[in-house]
Design a protein around this ligand. Structure first.
Ligand SMILES: N=CN[C@@H](CCC(=O)O)C(=O)O
Ligand SMILES: [Zn+2]
Length: 412
């Protein structure tokens, strides 16, 4: 089955030679082909090039996309989109003066979501989550990572992970699963954190691994949640069971989370709203991807990750939504791409690299998605007629996408 997309105004993020990620000055380079064609075969990218070199293929489906731009779908490497209910009452509480930490200390926050999720059936959780997944696909996301962490007991964590697995089976985009049992200390373990960590290590991680329900292990390494020492213990247990670390660090305080992530060869360290010089230093010469989550900075009114400092030091940077009910209730990668340009002074080229190939790397999917490269999944966005790709971040809040294709098929 072949489909030829022809007369593409600009084909963006074309990588002839496969790359894993881009860093430093290379983040500002975004290779494109103007007046291009794209050939899809059996759901994969088979060929592309200038229209002047377009092959004359008979009896195949042809889609004329004159005036439109094509780019790989967004790679959202950090979400919590499987959750139950909402938390807009806390949103109003924050407007009225309470802080995120104060709300959490009163049993709101992650514990509020955990209570709602524990009382929700697996089918209902699937139903709520699939609506969110379908919405982000329509917004151009073509690969996503989803975390557990609102269960906080074995049964509810397994429920979340089974829902993530079901989403992966039922939809055409790659879905990676992360076990985040160490998201908060559950109410029943208040003042008994070590007992909960033992439960995670002795019971929950082995069970998640046995049932093959997760690719990654995550910890919320933060003051008041899990310390650097706790994080090390949990990551070691995860690694022992074949899970790759990918952790929450430096959201409110820099306590050495980046260092522990690099030490355990985390695939990514995410948040980084607070960053010290030593955090940048330890990331140099590591294989760990720093990930910024500007939706969280926007929604909580906390600092944005210092992207210029990260990139100008020669490091790579990925960007993701952090889609969750408490700190970023939006899975819109278009908003994320625009925000990093406006608030973090990233160029559109840097933002698109961060949201595609670098995001793919941050979930171990750089061989399948993240660029227009032969053999990769034909997951791509066709924009409405726009003057250039710069228009995407410029035109914030507007819907510039005409169609999304997953494995070469248009999403209805
Ligand atoms: N920081 C930890 N976890 C989520 C927020 C969780 C919540 O508030 O429900 C985050 O990445 O921002
Ligand atoms: Zn998160």
């Amino acid at each position: 089955m072949q489909t030829l997309f022809k007369n593409i105004m600009e084909l963006v993020q074309v990588r002839e030679t496969p790359i894993s990620f881009v860093s430093g000055k290379d983040m500002n380079v975004l290779p494109t082909i103007k007046d291009a064609f794209l050939l899809v075969e059996n759901g994969l990218i088979a060929d592309y090039g200038k229209m002047s070199d377009c092959p004359d293929l008979k009896d195949i489906e042809v889609v004329d996309i004159s005036g439109k731009t094509v780019l790989p779908t967004w790679c959202d490497s950090h979400t919590h989109l499987v959750y139950a209910g909402t938390r807009e009452t806390e949103f109003v509480d924050r407007i009225n003066g309470l802080s995120y930490e104060e709300i959490a200390q009163r049993g709101g926050g992650i514990l509020n979501s955990a209570k709602q999720l524990q009382n929700t059936s697996e089918d209902e959780l699937y139903r709520q989550s699939k609506e969110r997944l379908e919405a982000i696909i329509r917004l151009g996301t073509g690969a996503v990572e989803i975390k557990s962490g609102y269960g906080l007991n074995l049964e509810a964590e397994l429920k979340m992970l089974r829902v993530i697995k079901r989403l992966n089976n039922d939809y055409a985009l790659p879905v990676k699963a992360t076990f985040l049992g160490a998201h908060a200390i559950p109410q029943e373990f208040k003042n008994k954190k070590s007992a909960y960590i033992n439960r995670l290590i002795d019971e929950m991680i082995p069970r998640v691994a046995d049932e093959n329900l997760a690719d990654f292990i995550d910890v919320f390494c933060e003051t008041g949640y899990f310390s650097v020492e706790d994080t090390a213990l949990i990551l070691e247990a995860g690694i022992k069971h074949g899970l790759v670390p990918k952790i929450h660090v430096n959201q409110f305080t820099a306590i050495g989370g980046v260092q522990v992530g690099v030490k355990y060869r985390a695939l990514s360290v995410d948040h980084l709203e607070e960053m010290r010089d030593e955090d940048i230093e330890v990331l140099m010469n590591s294989s760990t991807m720093p990930v910024a989550l500007p939706g969280c900075s926007y929604f909580l009114g906390i600092p944005y990750t210092p992207a210029r400092k990260v990139i100008d030091s020669g490091l790579p940077l990925a960007i993701a939504t952090d889609f969750n009910p408490g700190s970023a209730p939006s899975g819109n990668m278009n908003f994320v791409v625009s925000s990093v340009c406006v608030k973090m002074k990233m160029t559109p080229e840097e933002a698109i690299n961060a949201a595609t190939i670098n995001g793919a790397y941050a979930m171990g999917l750089e061989k399948q998605v993240g660029s227009i490269t032969k053999g990769k999944l034909a997951n791509f966005i066709v924009t409405k007629p726009i003057s250039s790709y710069n228009f995407l971040p410029y035109s914030f809040g507007n819907h510039c996408i005409e169609n999304v294709y997953l494995k070469g098929k248009v999403v209805e």
